[in-house]
Design a protein around this ligand. Sequence first.
Ligand SMILES: Cc1ncc(COP(=O)(O)O)c(C=O)c1O
Length: 444
Amino acid sequence: MRLAFFGEERESVFDFPEWPQFDNSEILGLERVLNSRRWFAGFLGGDEKSEVGQFEREFAEYNGSKHTIAVSNGEAALIIALAASGVGAGDEVIMPAWTFVATASAAMHLGAVPVFADVTPDNLCLDPNDVLRKITDKTRAVITVHYGGKLGNIDQLSEIAHKKNLILIEDACHAHGSVYRDKKAGTIGHAGCFSFQESKTMTSGEGGLLTTDDDYIAQMARSFRSNGRKVDSPGYLHYRLGWNYRLTEFQAAILRAQLVRLDEQVKRRTDNSRLLTSLIDGIPGFIPMVDPEGTEQNSCYLYPLRLDLDYFGITRELADRYAKKRGISYNHSLVPSSMLIEDILRAEGIPCSSVYIPLNRSPLFLDTEEKTKGLGTFERYIGVPQYETALPVSDKAFEEVIDLPLKVFMGEAGTIQSVARVFEKISFSVDQVKAYLKELSIVP
Ligand SMILES: Cc1ncc(COP(=O)(O)O)c(C=O)c1O
């Protein structure tokens, strides 16, 4: 049983669905907006009659959130959530480095300093103990990222925020429709932030949304989204420094159609991801991550799993050699040790990737020469902060965690069984992997 990576035929042919998905309802929605000649949701970003306003109401109902404020993207949702919660210049915001840069840049655009805390190995979500260690008298907020769709450690994080009087923001950009102990993502912290960028579990190409049960945060967020305007006031009067972060009517029409499909899709991915976890569990070389206890639905935007690099005989040095062989010209320490196994999986027809380079490795947060050439407004106001670089769990995850995309989980249980058989095949073929690595090790 030779691996497809070495030129053999694949054993299974996978036909994962295309993403993003649409049907006639998106087309009708777009036509509706075109014909209405109302393409703009209004100066305040969405009244009751607008598509945006109707989408906000439908999402609020779906999510069990008192208020929803649709915005132009997930980063805008984070900026507005922080600003509306009173976070500003000089405040510290504790967050994981295991995230997309927008979690941190949102704080920085307000002059607030991201303070990186580590994640826990079981779910790669923010580690409550490390958060406790990093609280100072400047800490104002904590952003937790529901990585891949899992609401990891959320009870402890809520408790810390409550006890220490901190704002808790859920970066739920991966977690539309995830449910934890009867609560949807975005309903637990002071605010939740969603992205509708193309890869996300519901999408209008770009887009975002903020959820909150807090009347004041909602009111401020609406004003910030629309250049600092106020309800019942002339459109050219501006009360605070805001942004134009509005969503268009076209995007809202698409999102209304996408929302109708969301719950069925999330249920399917929850079942399929659990099935895969149960099938992979015990296969040498692969260590799946179980959903946090209390998870009722997992949006499964990403399905992370850990590789046992020792089992395959992959060392950092061999990973560097493989990166060189692959023709990768950038710094090889930014190429994860998992790359060879990812290539082996892809050769067998399983899409996968290493999604994050933890932010503590990004030049933006390092004292590099390049950095000093491109200092932004943030550093001019604040100076260059000393960012946390020692995050052992995030660093280890960078080397050994791979992610399967949501489309793997959109089909039938039979497909998941075939996916699991590929993991089994790779595990049984460990000698082929080792022989290949041995050859690599003697290349000068
Ligand atoms: C965890 C996380 N936060 C924030 C964002 C930002 O969302 P957007 O790209 O819509 O600005 C993303 C998008 O990938 C994300 O994955």
